[in-house]
Design a protein around this ligand. Sequence first.
Ligand code: NDP
Length: 318
Amino acid sequence: MRVRNGDKINLLFNVTPDVLEEYRDSILDALKRRSIDAHAGLLGDIAPENVDYIIHATGGPITDFAPFTNTRAVLSLWAGVEKIVGNTTLTQPLCRMVDDGLRQGMVEWVVGHVLRAHLGMDRYVCEKPHAWEQHVPPLATDRAVTVLGLGELGAAAATALAQLGFRVTGWSRSPREVTGVRCLAGADNLPQALASAEILVGLLPQTPETIDLLNAERLALLPKGSIIVNAGRGTLIVDGALIAALDSGQVAHATLDVFRTEPVPSDHPFWSHPGVTISPHIAAATRASTAAEKIAENVMRAESGQPLLHVVDRTLSY
Ligand code: NDP
């Protein structure tokens, strides 16, 4: 192991003060359990050339990573890295967050909202018709769900939905195999994936290829009256096209956890549209208890000469 700051490694937290408070002790403890002593600091506390690892979360003050010449890796606390991946000063390996807490949280959120849509729960929970109107939902085996994105989160959500009996199609960039899921890949197969989406789940990262992917033309490929559940990134869907599709009945409802601008501006039409449920980016939160273990594991791997896990491919932006 390298020796810096006595026998400690130097972790620079490029995060906001509240994130530092939430994560610092968990990460230091997780490292200690792996016999790694670390010194944690903020920008200005540690000379740039002495920084071994940067723990990164959106909102941190560092925008120029060039001075951190001996930094072995930038470790993101978040799964989505679209705000940092294009930073040309960042030449160090960038690792994103993949952990069980995130995966479990996303599976629960997606399954919850897909079941809500599938069972038509809003009719009784929100609309309260004050009339004995029986709308018996189909069984999951008669409902087609498409999941866009078959990565760590998409594959887990697709698997959980398939295990409930839904007819699940998954779509990814490169060919994938997920048990119980019809897997399609590549732009050529997107129309097929959309055509069978009575419920469409978005779990794609934000990349140049996925921005505005769901425009008016592609929303028109969905079965009429389909329901959208998006927890990937808000740029996936063209807001105006979605509003138009909701107004025409092409899309019956959209539950959105992610948006082009967050928090959603108070005058955004999504707030007042009856066909939109706004969920304030809470689908799957990184939790310090599990995420700290992942950060510590990657530090330990780097310190012992093993390859880092979950390194972002800059050419793909995810
Ligand atoms: P991964 O990188 O593991 O998976 C991304 C998936 O998207 C892969 O299957 C990938 O294909 C696919 N993909 C990427 N680009 C394209 C493309 N152009 N065409 C088709 N498929 C594509 O990411 P995760 O599953 O861990 O996370 C997904 C996203 O979820 C994150 O990037 C983040 O934005 C969002 N997120 C949201 C949270 C929330 O609370 N709302 C919480 C955490 C994450 P392939 O398999 O071929 O690589």
